[in-house]
Design a protein around this ligand. Structure first.
Ligand code: ATP
Ligand code: MG
Ligand code: MG
Ligand code: MG
Length: 434
């Protein structure tokens, strides 16, 4: 991507409406622009980060055996009347009338639709278990949309749904998602803690929220410091093995961790004082077991081994894909700007041409640009502006090309996270970064 002809409007000034770092930086770096309260357009660089996060989520869902599909954003009110949630959901639901005055809604979540699909498609207990997911825009008319994409009204969610024969099966599906979630967040450079949580309007009784610790988070959390050192990335857990999942779940739930809604003073008192941690966090994911809460009222049954129909046991599992872009920036930034983890950066390299129009600089930059996953700053701007914008945009590496170096076949390489700079030959730079 060439910056001179890109829709990447960086801002020097801090936008007044932004209260937290990630919101400020997403506006300043030109990743998003607000179109209405809580409704954002994703500009090219922001979209690339969003897509990379989405792709990590997808890969880990696939690895957990979930099947990707795509459900519509608009749903008929009828389905929600069947479950009883059409009225219960309240003003957070965006209700729409079509030209025939049929009641529709912009989906805030998809339990009803999955149950409807399952009852149309599944014919026998032998087809279970199944887990499906999609990555789709949701709408919730939040009372207070704020903090940019962290609490949008329109936002991108990955939501998965498991369908099992019985409780034992549903628990395995639940644990499998918990492991997939820990791996997902870890790949983004985030340490998430699964915390016992209320299940809210979605219902059910086995529920965990995945919380990223951050002072600007909206959730009040209480956890055992043991979570700061548990190595949940242990590759030894086989996501296909029910025994491994049980062991993993044991590790994840052996120490105290709860959001304020589920906080239990008696159990908290049992945690050694020096290990009690209280703070704030961002909810980036949430998993629920809800049993037959929807399959029953919606009449979803399949015949069991004895031929008698039964209601399958279900769970649902959400990740805030667009919220994660904000959360990753909350976790990785400094005074100068964003510090993207390698795994989600919109590009690997910022290529800075310090003297556009200089034949040697231009030729060398073109050569590097052809070989690198780079955002090429080919604008006719002062070097100082390019340095500042490169730090603001926060790509992991900066390759700096000036006239003297270009003539000698040398460039400067800067690591954004550490500020460390070295001079090296073009060949060495390519060997390291291409
Ligand atoms: P919150 O407590 O932040 O309102 P929620 O509990 O209502 O979130 P869930 O129904 O659990 O949300 O949805 C699954 C995930 O979707 C959440 O864990 C969160 O990461 C994300 N999410 C929910 N609401 C929003 C929103 N308004 N903007 C961005 N992401 C959201
Ligand atoms: Mg909410
Ligand atoms: Mg919540
Ligand atoms: Mg939640």
């Amino acid at each position: 991507m060439r910056l001179a002809r890109s829709l990447a409007p960086t801002l020097k000034e801090t936008p007044a409406e932004a209260q937290i770092a990630s919101h400020r930086l997403m506006l300043r770096a030109g990743l998003v622009r607000q179109e209405a309260a809580g409704i954002y357009a994703w500009l090219p660089l922001g979209l690339r980060a969003l897509r990379r996060i989405e792709q990590i989520v997808r890969e880990e869902q696939d690895a957990a055996g979930a099947q990707e599909m795509l459900m519509p954003t608009i749903q008929p009110a009828e389905l929600w009347r069947e479950s009883g949630r059409y009225d219960a959901y309240g003003p957070e639901m965006l209700r729409i009338l079509d030209r025939h005055k049929r009641e529709m809604l912009y989906g805030p979540t998809n339990e009803e639709m999955v149950v409807d699909l399952a009852r149309q498609c599944l014919r026998s207990y032998r087809e279970l278990p199944q887990t499906v997911y999609h990555i789709q825009w949701k709408f919730r008319d939040e009372v207070r949309p704020r903090f940019g994409v962290m609490r949008g009204r329109e936002f991108l969610m990955k939501d998965a749904y498991s369908i099992d024969v019985d409780y034992a099966g549903a628990v395995v599906s639940y644990r499998r998602m918990m492991l997939a979630y820990m791996r997902t967040f870890q790949r983004m450079g985030l340490r998430a803690i699964p915390m016992a949580a209320e299940s809210g309007p979605i219902g059910g009784n086995l529920s965990h929220e995945f919380i990223i610790l951050a002072p600007t988070g909206e959730s009040q959390v209480f956890y055992d410091a043991a979570f700061e050192t548990i190595d949940y990335t242990d590759a030894g857990f086989d996501i296909r093995s029910a025994d491994d999942l049980e062991r993993f779940f044991g590790v994840m739930t052996s120490q105290y961790a709860a959001t304020d809604e589920k906080h239990d003073e008696a159990r908290w008192a049992e945690v050694p004082a020096e290990r009690r941690r209280e703070g704030r966090g961002i909810e980036v994911g949430h998993i629920f077991y809800f049993g037959t809460k929807y399959s029953k009222p919606m009449g979803f049954t399949v015949p069991g081994p004895d031929g008698r129909p039964f209601h399958p046991e279900m769970g649902s599992y959400g990740i805030g894909v667009s919220r994660l872009v904000g959360a990753v920036i909350e976790a990785g930034h400094d005074e100068a700007g964003i510090i993207w983890p390698d795994a989600v950066a919109p590009f690997r390299v910022a290529l800075l041409n310090l003297k556009t129009g200089d034949a040697a600089c231009d030729a060398l930059c073109e050569r590097l640009y052809g070989r690198l996953d780079a955002l090429y700053d080919d604008r006719e701007e002062r070097a100082g502006v390019k340095f500042a914008d490169a730090d603001l945009l926060g790509l992991p590496w900066q390759v700096i090309v000036g006239p003297r170096g270009a003539a000698a076949g040398r460039v400067e390489l800067k690591r954004r996270a550490t500020g460390e700079r070295i001079e090296l030959s073009v060949e060495d730079a390519l060997a390291r970064l291409a």
